[in-house]
Ligand binder design. Structure first.
Ligand code: ADP
Ligand code: MG
Ligand code: MG
Length: 210
């Protein structure tokens, strides 16, 4: 489908569904190196966004993302709420009032989202955070777009790179967030936020491909 407000809404609804399906898995990842609430935080946050989307009224992708941002910031406790909230807010700002997102604008909003997470959380690549999913995703999206990929193909490239990035957090030692308290004991476990980021980007590609 074209990347309109309808797609943006479909994406967020798919996020809610997928994060509900992966709730337990995300909780188990967070149990190993955090406080076992990441699956709960994400499910609750996106369910709250879906409830607001049900009321209607969002006429552009940017408006959908802004509503998503505000709701995640106010309903998700812990680190992930403000980080994802900032990501969606920056994505909304990057898109402005555009009715449809072209391949270059996909790269633009993904880059803005990643930059927002960095501005908020100050993590660098290799710190074992969601940035280790977002940064390869942004790079792969840019490479695909430069090669002439469609918007769906750009999102697919981003999603695949995000999942590879999430897997690649397993041997890393956490240097940001709650997992950093474990020091070397954080190695050997996948970062939960990197995994939820990969799920969210996969949902973007899947809904765009329908
Ligand atoms: P909390 O740690 O407060 O319980 P969550 O469990 O919901 O919050 O989210 C944890 C995730 O947040 C981590 O797996 C990591 O990906 C991400 N995270 C934590 N701190 C940062 C940071 N400074 N920058 C980027 N991501 C971070
Ligand atoms: Mg947690
Ligand atoms: Mg917590």
């Amino acid at each position: 489908m074209a990347l309109t407000a309808q797609w943006a809404e479909a994406w967020i609804r798919e996020c809610s569904q997928v994060l509900t399906e992966h709730r337990t898995a995300l909780i188990e990842l967070d149990r190993a190196i955090g406080d076992a609430d990441h699956g709960e935080n994400m499910q609750r946050g996106f369910a709250a966004v879906v409830a607001k989307l049900d009321a209607g009224g969002q006429e552009t992708p940017g408006a959908v993302f802004k509503l998503t941002a505000m709701t995640l910031m106010s309903t998700v406790g812990g680190a992930a709420g403000p980080l994802y909230g900032t990501a969606f807010l920056r994505a909304a700002t990057a898109l402005g009032d555009a009715a449809e997102i072209d391949p270059a604008a996909v790269v633009g909003f993904l880059t803005a989202a990643r930059d927002g997470v960095v501005a908020r959380g100050k993590a660098e690549p290799g710190d074992k955070t969601m940035i280790d999913a977002w940064t390869p995703a942004v790079e792969a999206a840019g490479t695909a777009q430069s090669a002439g990929a469609s918007a769906v193909e750009v999102l697919e490239a981003a999603a695949n790179a995000a999942q590879a990035g999430a897997l690649a957090t397993e041997p890393l030692i956490a240097r940001k967030g709650r997992a950093s308290y474990l020091g070397e004991r954080s190695a050997g476990h996948r970062d939960p936020g990197a995994q939820s980021s990969a799920l969210i980007l996969q949902a973007a590609a899947d809904t765009a491909g329908r």
